[in-house]
Design a protein around this ligand. Structure first.
Ligand code: ADP
Ligand code: ZN
Length: 568
């Protein structure tokens, strides 16, 4: 991140230098227009041809005639020139900086720029420099309607708007207003966007910084930057402070870095120092909540945590709709179909896919962005994703991974006594696309609840497909699962007299039996979806792990999922 700022900074210096040079060159060029002597100039004035004269300190003065042509003449250096020109009705402007001083200025700026550039290159920044970090402190124009996120996250954000706008309303009731909100999830899922939209909706300034900005070589600089930042926010009254990549300062303490420790302490003490009436919210983003120091997550600090996982099917439709706005998308393009094709794409990836398609269409000077443009852009995106196989096959792998991860995840949470031995997406010779192998404990009896959980686990693969791809796109891959779930529900009703709605004994009525079995299936399916959605980030992680590795062991599944259990 720091590297990125340096790059931006270097570019700015470079652009400034180029700009100055260009300016001087242009200046000279414009002066390379018609050269006339002072006599001729006076004649033109007399003839009423001159419309404008620019006075200055240089050897030459420039002027414009009524036709807009520019010309230069010798500077007579007389005090009364302006007076006489004005009397003729000629517009007179005065050049504050002569060409000479302009060149000097360019020279100084270049030298200065080079000096600073050199320093930055050495990785040494002026100790109290606050150039980069507080760059953004205006009220953003971003609104919630530009964010397509899950309902829970949006609900939390809406609450926060009300906290920022009227903190006194809550303090009157003795409520402790959340000060710190942690957004966690994979990169490109809209965390920055949400923070900015929060400030935009609340109508307060937005201060964006990066965690890495606080970690400096000089001890004490990070801490002082934190204090400066908060002082500025306080001055604004209400504000949203956004700290991206907070892990740079908020990593678990390991006693290796005094500087980070000091910075973290400064942050924590600033956050404890908020007064009740202040409408300041600190938002921080990370994609690794597990690495954060527990001190950050305690009450009164980042005690609100909003999970921002990869978008599911419905959210992808929304994101595509948001970014399709203002783009002439052809009628033949179906955004829902596109959403179904883009499982595991982040919001940022979807946005850049549409953008890429727009560029392709623009290059062809097309009327609108067509399916082909989008397909083309999709391929470009996939290349960037390091795919190993072709498009169709890759999609099947993704679907299988999400499906199998669904079985494994539900097993982990619903059947804690079972051992997940292995999860794989390597196609088997028997035609299965993948499998999730679990060993059940030896038991004489099973409870009604446990059996329902078994149904849910069996249906989790299908539920996963529906969540990720939409109900129209579920695959035939769940045939065995459905058979298993149906058989189990039937036995529950027919053999063990278990009915979903309370107690029942043996049912003689065939229609009633079917209905009860059907209800069990429905309940199991709902439960599976609830678990998948409830642990969405863990499910995404396991899916990605499977895609990367083809097969994962019990320990790996546990490591991948256990972290979630701790934070949920
Ligand atoms: P993060 O901070 O999580 O890495 P960003 O907020 O920087 O992600 O997302 C980058 C861009 O991707 C956004 O500016 C937006 O254009 C697009 N984007 C990402 N997520 C969403 C979303 N949920 N809704 C709409 N656009 C999104
Ligand atoms: Zn399955």
């Amino acid at each position: 991140m720091r590297a990125r700022y340096e790059k931006v900074f270097r570019l700015c210096v470079l652009a400034l230098m180029l700009g100055m040079i260009l300016f001087v060159v242009l200046q000279n060029q414009s002066q390379a227009v018609e050269e006339i002597d002072y006599q001729t100039f006076l004649q033109r004035v007399k003839a009423g041809q001159v419309s404008q004269v620019q006075l200055g300190e240089g050897a030459k003065l420039t002027a414009k005639d009524k036709a807009g042509n520019r010309f230069r003449f010798d500077n007579p250096r007389i005090e009364t020139l302006k007076h006489s020109l004005l009397l003729q009705g000629i517009t007179v402007t005065e050049q504050v900086i002569g060409p000479g001083s302009l060149a000097l200025l360019a020279f100084l700026l270049t030298v200065g720029g080079l000096a600073v550039w050199g320093k930055v290159r050495q990785g040494v920044r002026a100790p109290v420099g606050k150039s980069v970090m507080e760059s953004e402190k205006t009220v953003p124009t971003t609104r919630f309607e530009q964010v397509a996120a899950n309902e829970e996250a949006m609900e939390s954000l809406r609450d926060l708007v009300s906290f920022i706008r009227s903190p006194e309303k809550y303090s009157r009731y003795g409520a402790r207003i959340p000060r710190g909100v942690l957004l966690y999830g994979p990169p490109g899922t809209g965390k920055t966007l949400m923070a900015r939209a929060l400030a935009g909706e609340a109508g307060v300034p937005f201060f964006a910084v990066n965690g890495a900005d606080f970690v400096e070589m000089y001890v004490g600089v990070g801490a002082s930057r934190v204090r400066t930042l908060f002082a500025k926010a306080r001055k604004a009254g209400s504000a949203v402070i956004f700290i991206d990549e907070i892990d740079a300062i908020g990593k678990k303490r390991d006693n290796t870095s005094d500087e980070r420790e000091q910075t973290l302490n400064a942050l924590l003490s600033e956050m404890s120092g908020f007064r009740e009436q202040e409408g300041i919210i600190v938002m921080a983003a990370t994609n690794r909540i597990d690495t954060l120091d527990e001190a950050l997550l305690r009450a009164g600090r980042f005690d609100r945590q909003i999970e921002v996982p990869l978008p599911g099917y419905e959210e992808r439709v929304k994101i595509l709709q948001v970014h399709a706005q203002g783009k002439p998308i052809d009628e033949g393009v179906s955004l829902p179909a596109l959403a179904a094709q883009t499982a595991l794409f982040s919001g940022a990836r979807l946005e850049s896919m549409l953008n890429e398609a727009a560029i392709i269409a623009a290059k062809r000077n097309a009327q609108s962005i067509t399916r082909e443009d989008i397909d083309h852009a999709y391929d470009v995106m996939l290349c960037g994703m390091d795919r190993r196989s072709g498009f169709g096959l890759e999609r099947e792998r993704e679907l299988t991974a999400a499906h199998e991860a669904g079985h494994a995840l539900t097993t982990f949470f619903l059947l804690p006594d079972s051992h997940i031995r292995k999860v794989s997406i390597v196609p088997s010779s028997k035609g299965a696309a993948g499998y999730s192998m679990a060993i059940q404990p030896e038991k004489m009896f099973h409870s009604k609840q446990e059996l329902l959980h078994h149904i849910a686990v069996a249906l989790a693969g299908r539920a996963a497909e529906e969540i990720l791809y939409g109900s129209d796109m579920v695959s035939t891959g769940a045939a065995n699962d459905l058979e298993k779930a149906a058989a189990l529900s039937r036995r529950m009703v027919c053999e063990w007299g278990m009915l979903p709605d309370g107690d029942g004994l043996y049912l003689f009525n065939q229609a009633k039996r079917d209905e009860a079995a059907q209800q069990w299936l429905q309940l199991g399916y709902e439960l599976a979806k609830k678990v998948l959605l409830g642990y969405r980030a863990a499910w995404n992680r396991l899916t990605l792990l499977l895609l990367a590795r083809d097969a994962v062991s019990e320990e790996e599944v546990k490591a991948c999922l256990a972290q979630e259990a701790r934070y949920s």
